[in-house]
Design a binder for this molecule. Structure first.
Ligand code: NAD
Length: 492
């Protein structure tokens, strides 16, 4: 779709006609050709969003009207499940079934914010004066730049679009340049649901070209970003000039801590899923396995056995359990990361080289890989590979497990496995990560906040706070019986 830029209710090409090919990571076939936005396009989209917001065309809708709109979008997503899942699978190479789970989660996100919107209202505070009413209202923050990653393309932007609309904001959406197809479809659904022209705008294209415009333009009030740490830091700097609100969902280097008294069958099974689901391209992937020393050999042996069994393939392969990495560039990054780990002294137990099977030769496939004998001084333990690489560390005491689990600049998520409930409570409290799973790994709920401590970001998505990000708070003081203050003498 070479007219994939959507501004003020109209589809258009890039200002200079630039286009970008989207190719399947599974076999390199052409999936789509989309507009490659220029700075002029980003500026036009920001203008449209600003005019729409300031006109009150949508921001003046009541909470219940906007909630009804979000519910409609959820209905349309469920109606278009097959279409949207196929688009997501085409761009990302993920299995259709996984893409369908994602679309169901996207619909649930819209329903969550529809419900939350209905719970909003003004709050009165005691003014202390009988003739004065004092109330706190919340209103949409204004124009939002919403920037998403490629791993869960539609889901990650839904976490931004749904609360932005619930709050009455206008926005410019920029999906990852690698995975724009579902964002394009979403705009069509928003239009069908009745979002007024100019409220929802889309620019497809590279952050390197339009990112700075979206994050520094004075007409933008909020930047909500999900992606890598270096981009997040740059966005904070750009946004600082006009003191925009910035919400960042960044990377993770997530500890999965298993004590010897855990249900090891379950813990091992979840450790495999935590590390290798979606070929490790998950911000909350359990990439750091931290084992109590006595169970190390047994757990590692079983994980290596299980890793070898994982079937890798393209979306069309119905027997496949996981798919490709997103791009040639990402594959190279994962290979370099692994080489660095081995050079630092980690022991490669399984995987470690690009998949050689002829049917995978045209895609970016990398197998589940396990690195043993790791410690927190290593690059592979500290830095995100965003690929299917699991590092293994050991500990001898609860204190050491906590220390290792917190020894990272990141703080997105983690897990603790033990049959000692008091211990799991102590450890979960001591871990400095935004989500902790006890005897489990991975589930999340739209009603529960998601986000990171430390360099994993700031702010929260989902839950109640996920709506607060998009709201400004205003105190309205009404004096129903004005009289002179008599603070200064009036000379009469
Ligand atoms: P990325 O930072 O390379 O790109 C993310 C988005 O930022 C893309 O849309 C890109 O075009 C845009 N961008 C690039 N330069 C920009 C600039 N200067 N200004 C504004 N935008 C710019 O990240 P990615 O490779 O797409 O995603 C992978 C990363 O995302 C990983 O680090 C992963 O952990 C993180 N992630 C985090 C969460 C979370 O919930 N915390 C969820 C998913 C992914």
């Amino acid at each position: 779709m070479t007219n994939s830029i959507y501004i003020c209710g109209e589809w258009r090409p890039a200002a200079d006609g630039s286009t970008r090919e989207i190719r399947s990571p599974a076999d390199g076939t052409l999936v789509a050709v989309v507009s490659d936005s220029r700075v002029e396009d980003a500026l036009a989209a920001i203008s449209a969003a600003r005019v729409a917001f300031d006109s009150g065309i949508f921001s003046s809708w009541s909470w219940s009207e906007r909630s009804a709109l979000l519910s409609k979008v959820a209905d349309f997503l469920e109606r278009d499940m097959e279409i949207v899942a196929a688009l997501e699978s085409g761009d990302t190479g993920k299995r259709i079934i996984e893409a369908k789970y994602d679309v169901a989660d996207v619909a649930a996100t819209f329903r969550h914010f529809a419900k939350l919107g209905l719970e909003q209202g003004d709050r009165t505070v005691d003014s202390g004066l009988p003739h004065v009413s004092s109330r706190i209202t919340q209103e949409g923050i204004g124009v939002c730049s919403l920037i998403g990653p490629w791993n869960y393309p539609l889901l990650q932007i839904a976490w931004k679009v749904a609360p932005a609309l619930a709050a009455g904001c206008s926005f410019v959406l920029k999906p990852s340049e690698l995975t724009p197809s579902t964002a394009i479809h979403l705009m069509k659904l928003l239009e069908e649901a009745g979002v007024p022209a100019g409220v929802a705008n889309l620019v497809t294209g590279a952050g390197s070209i339009i990112g700075d415009t979206l994050t520094s333009d004075p007409r933008v009030d909020l930047v909500s970003f999900t992606g890598g740490l270096p981009t997040g830091k740059r966005i904070m700097i750009k946004a600082a000039e006009t003191v925009k609100r910035v919400a960042l969902e960044l990377g993770g280097k997530n500890p999965n801590i298993i004590f010897a008294d855990a249900d090891l069958d379950a813990a091992i099974d979840f450790a495999v899923t935590a590390a290798f689901l979606h070929s490790g391209q998950v911000c909350s992937a359990g990439t750091r396995l931290i084992l109590e020393r006595p169970i190390h050999d047994r757990v590692v042996k079983e994980i290596v056995r299980r890793a070898k069994l994982i079937r890798i393939g393209a979306p069309a392969d119905l027997t496949a359990e996981t798919g490709p990495l997103i791009s040639a560039g990402h594959l190279k990054k994962v290979e370099e990361y692994l080489a660095k780990g081995v050079a630092e002294g980690a022991t490669l137990l399984v995987g470690g080289a690009r998949c050689a099977a002829p049917e995978l030769a045209n895609g970016w496939f990398f197998p589940p890989t396990v690195l043993d004998n790791c410690d927190t001084t290593m690059y592979c333990v500290q830095e995100e590979s965003f690929g299917p690489i699991l590092t293994v560390e050991v500990f001898d005491s609860e204190e050491e497990a906590i220390k290792i689990g917190n020894d990272t600049i990141y703080g997105l998520s983690g897990a603790v496995w033990s049959s000692d409930i008091a211990r799991t409570e102590r450890v979960s409290k001591a871990l400095r990560h935004g989500t902790i799973w006890i005897n489990d790994y991975g589930p999340y709920k739209p009603a529960a906040e998601w986000g990171g401590f430390k360099a994993s970001g700031n702010g929260r998505e989902l839950g109640h706070h996920g709506l607060q990000e998009y709201l400004e708070i205003k105190h309205i003081w009404t004096n129903n019986s004005p009289s002179k203050s008599e603070w200064f003498a009036d000379g009469n």
